[in-house]
Design a protein around this ligand. Structure first.
Ligand code: SF4
Length: 780
């Protein structure tokens, strides 16, 4: 293997544009007044504004109430995409006909790798099964100048931390755990492909200014407590919705006691409390990490900025910055925590866990332990886990259950191999999986989709411990009866030796094969490898970020996995006449209801094929049936079949639904698919905010009932004409729309509606989609 010192990445493209950001920050100070104290999140966000004055002074009481009110138009520095979501992002980018991306970008092949039999078998099988998708991504990356990290290179968030994240950077990533990069002082936000395209074509990306939750860290971790326990504890306090609309900003004297990778773990799981992102200020602990990962020049620049008092520096909060809320955590008193099952906010301190197992009747036998993943596979995590394995091995003990290790990147894997950490795990009976998410046959997106070899069958109650970040039902093995508990890698390792969920390594002992009593000492490990990181297999290094315009992008016209996109047609120069109600949904209608995951993920790059899953779990308000739609003649079919039939006849349609339509995720397919099948309007009692924005971006008009009870007046197959919609769109959102509904009986009703379409969003809808607007801008 080569050492990391032989690898010379393009540092210029990886360095945040500090001079520009400092100039912008200066402008922000001028606009808001020199007295205004800013949080770090505000400084980084506002110094990425396209138009400082307009963004900070409109709708904000002249700059007094920015957070929660201002619509920030941002210009991020970089984009990162994982293989599953990169497909639609690139297909959309391609319709803009630009020669290269406007900002540096990277693609990471990690989600479409199986995690089953170990890296040597899994990787080649995954590449074979997904070859055409990987070929497409690689050829498009080459053409447009995107760094392409091939299968085997690692998990997006670990690779981003090792290569791209930097203090003060602003990055968009097409994956919900993108905030992992906040551990190195960046604002990194998880978005859908259409948002990524905004940045790729140099169009401003809009974000409602988040509020800022300050988490003050005091004291220092010791013993068994780890950075993971900070976020497990915080998740318990905040709950899964507690971070919604907030950026979580860590500060206080405890920050410098954490490792850089520990900070990344904490930011990674901010996604589990719904936060927009999480971040740490530039810390002395970032310097050795940047140096060890070939970025001394960035460390130096960051240190210089941090030392210039007169700049009231870009990389930490002002002294008296005001947070919208503050939570204090004393690291010295923090216990290890275990969160779950089935939700990441059910948090139990280790000392109370055995009791909780008994009270809740959770399984006492532990079936498997899994460590690593994008959340917890740093050198420090692995060396602390290794320390425990060595202690146990010296006493003659082996894990009592299956024990899997997922390195987060080839760099980590190769370094752990050189330092014989992997050998320690394997000698103990552990299985080292590929440097990837471990998606099993891309059925369900996450690591750990392994075929159980421990005799646990679907439907069997069982408990597993993982050091990952998510634990909803079925996340790991598709078995809804598997209870997944989240913990630090150290705790998962120790529990795997006990084989029971009630074990407390701080107080309990194990019996060795010789009948002696064994108790673990608290884990210890190195933060960084003493002799540097290895790059490992040079085949896993990224391609160059220089565009090669003559490269053909490979999409087979007969492919069932990929299809080039045709731009959506512009809005007619009139109101919409003769729409028909395709389906009236009752109850919850999440993005998963609108575009199901599971086996459908395979078709993420093929809009016609994935559209066959549209609304397939939606409940019919008239009959209570699921996915049974009625045509005008009373005949039944599935919802997507009826939509396709109407599309073929040139009939456009609308869906009627209840509250919080589109809650769940930012999945853009949930907006693209209805649009593709002929959906023009979605009429609901209310929308989930992100999905509502996605609909507008794809040219679908989201309307809400002015009187909620009018939901009862509209039925499937009713004819609907819009009145005033064209005026609303052409006036930049002024006024409201009335729907003229003609019932089967011939009766005509007028339904008043409300909307939230801004001037920009009206432009998107008139053009057919936001992408059409971008394509036009790109041409100019
Ligand atoms: Fe997402 Fe799991 Fe992969 Fe992390 S390891 S990026 S959580 S799928």
């Amino acid at each position: 293997t080569k050492s990391s010192h032989d690898y010379q990445p393009d540092i210029a493209s990886r360095t945040p544009p500090y001079p520009k950001l400092l100039r912008k920050l200066h402008e922000v100070r001028r606009v808001l007044g020199p007295e205004r104290q800013l949080t770090l999140a505000e400084k980084i966000l506002y110094s990425h504004l396209d138009n400082v004055e307009e963004s900070l002074l409109s709708n904000t009481d002249n700059g007094l109430n920015i957070r929660g009110n201002a619509n920030l138009k941002l210009k991020p520095d970089r984009v990162a995409m994982q293989d599953a979501s990169a497909q639609m992002a690139l297909l959309q980018f391609m319709t803009c006909n630009l020669p290269s991306t406007a900002v540096p970008a990277s693609i990471h092949c990690d989600h479409m790798i199986v995690g089953e039999k170990g890296a040597d078998v899994d990787l080649p099988e995954s590449i074979k099964g997904n070859k055409e998708v990987f070929d497409f991504l690689e050829s498009a990356a080459k053409k447009y100048g995107i760094e392409f990290w091939p299968p085997g290179a690692g998990i997006i968030h670990q690779t981003v931390l090792e290569n791209y994240s930097a203090p003060g950077l602003m990055m968009l990533g097409t994956d919900s755990h993108t905030p992992n990069a906040g551990g190195l002082g960046a604002i990194a936000i998880g978005v859908g492909g259409a948002d990524a395209v905004d940045a790729l074509v140099d169009a401003p990306w809009e974000l409602k200014a988040p509020k800022v939750l300050g988490v003050r860290l005091e004291g220092e971790l010791s013993g068994w407590a780890s950075p993971k326990d900070v976020i497990l504890h915080l998740a318990g306090r905040l709950t899964v919705r507690g971070g919604t609309g907030f950026i979580i900003e860590y500060h206080g004297p405890g920050v410098d006691t954490l490792s850089c990778t520990g900070m990344a773990t904490i930011c990674n799981m901010g996604a589990e409390v719904g936060a927009t992102t999480s971040l740490f200020p530039f810390s002395t602990r970032h310097i050795p990490y940047l140096e060890a990962t070939n970025r001394s020049a960035i460390a130096l620049q960051a240190q210089t900025i941090a030392s210039i008092e007169s700049l009231r520096n870009l990389l930490c909060a002002d002294e008296n910055a005001r947070y919208d809320e503050v939570i204090t955590i004393d690291l010295s008193k923090l216990e290890p925590h275990i969160n779950g099952p089935n939700t990441p906010d059910l948090s139990t301190p280790l000392s109370k866990f055995a009791e909780a197992v008994k009270t809740n009747n959770w399984p006492t036998t532990l079936s498997a332990g899994l460590i690593g993943s994008c959340t917890n596979s740093s050198y420090q995590d692995m060396s602390r886990a290794e320390d425990l394995v060595k202690q146990a091995a010296a006493a003659g003990l082996s894990p009592s259950n299956d024990f899997f290790v997922t390195p987060g990147s080839e760099q980590i894997r190769a370094t752990l191999e050189k330092d014989e950490t992997l050998k320690t795990f394997e000698d103990a009976g552990g299985v080292v999986l590929a440097n990837a998410c471990g998606v099993r046959k891309i059925l369900i997106p996450c690591i750990g989709q392994w075929t159980r070899t421990d005799g646990v069958k679907k439907g069997d109650d069982n408990a597993i411990f993982t050091s990952y970040n998510r634990n909803f039902r079925g996340r790991n093995d598709g078995n809804p009866n598997t209870m997944n508990f989240l913990a630090s890698p150290e705790l998962v390792t120790a529990m795997s030796y006990a084989g029971t969920t009630t074990f407390n390594p701080l107080t309990d002992s194990l019996t060795t094969p010789h009948g002696e009593t064994f108790r673990f000492n608290p884990p210890s490990g190195a933060e960084l490898p003493a002799s540097g990181f290895e790059i490992g297999n040079p085949d896993f290094l990224p391609t160059s970020g220089a565009p090669s315009p003559s490269t053909p992008v490979i999409v087979s016209p007969t492919s069932d996995r990929l299809a080039l996109l045709d731009p959506f047609a512009p809005f007619p120069e009139s109101d919409l006449k003769g729409l028909r109600v395709l389906y009236k949904v009752t109850g919850k209608c999440t993005t998963d209801t609108i575009s199901a995951a599971g086996p459908w993920l395979k078709y993420k790059g093929h809009l016609p094929n994935i559209s066959a899953n549209t609304l397939i779990t939606a409940v019919n308000a008239a009959t209570g049936e699921v996915n049974v739609a009625y045509d005008v003649d009373g005949s039944t079919s599935s919802i997507p079949e009826l939509a396709q039939r109407w599309k073929d006849k040139g009939l456009e349609w609308l869906v009627v639904a209840e509250h919080n339509y589109g809650e769940g995720s930012a999945r853009e397919h949930a907006a693209l698919q209805p649009r593709y099948l002929g959906g023009r309007v979605i009429l609901t009692k209310s929308f989930a905010r992100i999905h509502e924005t996605n609909l507008k971006k794809q040219g679908v008009v989201p309307l809400t009932f002015a009187n909620e009870s009018d939901y009862d007046l509209v039925d499937a197959c009713d004819h609907v004409d819009t009145v005033g919609l064209y005026d609303v769109l052409t006036s930049g959102g002024k006024g409201n729309v009335v729907l003229k509904v003609t019932k089967k009986s011939g009766e005509v009703l007028e339904i008043k509606t409300k909307h939230t379409m801004s001037e920009d969003q009206c432009r998107f809808i008139l053009a057919g989609s936001a992408l059409n607007v971008l394509a036009k801008m790109a041409k100019k």
